[in-house]
Write a protein that binds this ligand. Structure first.
Ligand code: ADP
Ligand code: MG
Length: 245
């Protein structure tokens, strides 16, 4: 078993054809070691969301290779990809995407139910505890704050024990205090649980929780910083936005 959770090699992805073709990823190679916490940053339209979708097997690249948890995704059938995603990835978004009619506990159990598995009561309780919501098992999304809802979404993404947790601006809809709570949780998942995490963010403060920040411009990786501070990240982003304008 490799020590890399995700390996992208020369990945390209084009949307549309002819005059309307947009090259969203232009030869991206990136390795995410198991247990690493990576932030992906870049100007709007630089390909960040596409990179996550392709790495998670939610979208197919048109060139290059994606290996997730030691399994090559290229050439898999739609059915195989669905099963791989269900078992190996967790995804959280800016909008929490919880089911409004279900309680926190029922939302968290959903991925298991969809997989035809009956969640063990202890596993759900443990998942709630892990995100600090032991007392909220029976609350519905509307009865919780944004930060609490995102923590439910996080527990739901983690219930299948995925190889990789993907976040597309997971703190984008939160204020800085609740955002920091979610980021501290993510940091702890990587440190204590060896969870591999990759997160897109616009916020240098959020990115500073990661081990490594990778910068994208026009579908290509232009550089990275290891364990950078928020001001270092902000300075790099300012440079990139000047270049890409
Ligand atoms: P980011 O997340 O960095 O803002 P995206 O990955 O969403 O960037 O998009 C990269 C480029 O691909 C953009 O030019 C965007 O307009 C284009 N794009 C993304 N998704 C689609 C799609 N489904 N159809 C057509 N173009 C798309
Ligand atoms: Mg995006």
């Amino acid at each position: 078993m490799s020590n890399d959770a995700v390996v992208l090699t020369s990945v390209t992805k084009t949307y549309g054809t002819g005059d309307r073709a947009v090259r969203a990823l232009d030869g991206v190679s990136l390795t995410l070691p198991t247990g690493s916490f990576t932030a992906v940053m870049g100007p709007s339209g630089s390909g960040k969301s596409t990179l996550l979708q392709v790495a998670a097997g939610l979208d197919r690249p048109d060139g290059g290779s994606v290996v997730l948890g030691g399994t090559e995704l290229t050439g898999r059938s739609e059915k195989e990809l669905t099963l791989l995603r269900r078992d190996r990835i967790g995804f959280v978004f800016q909008q929490f995407n919880l089911m409004p009619m279900l309680s926190a506990e029922q939302n968290i159990a959903l991925p298991l139910r969809l997989a035809g598995r009956k969640p063990a009561r202890g596993a759900l309780r443990e998942a709630l505890e892990r995100v600090g919501l032991a007392g909220r098992a029976h609350h519905r999304p509307t009865e919780m704050s944004g930060g609490q809802q995102q923590r439910v979404a996080l527990a739901r993404a983690l219930i299948t024990r995925p190889d990789v947790l993907f976040g597309d601006e997971p703190t984008g809809a939160l204020d800085s205090t609740t955002g920091r709570e979610v980021l501290t949780l993510l940091r702890g998942l990587a440190d204590d649980g060896g969870q591999t995490i990759v997160m897109v963010t616009h916020d240098p403060q959020a990115a500073s929780f990661a081990d490594r920040v990778v910068f994208l411009v026009d579908g290509g990786i232009t550089g990275e910083l290891a364990r950078p501070s928020a001001p270092e990240i902000a300075a790099r982003m300012t440079e990139l936005e000047e270049i890409s304008c």
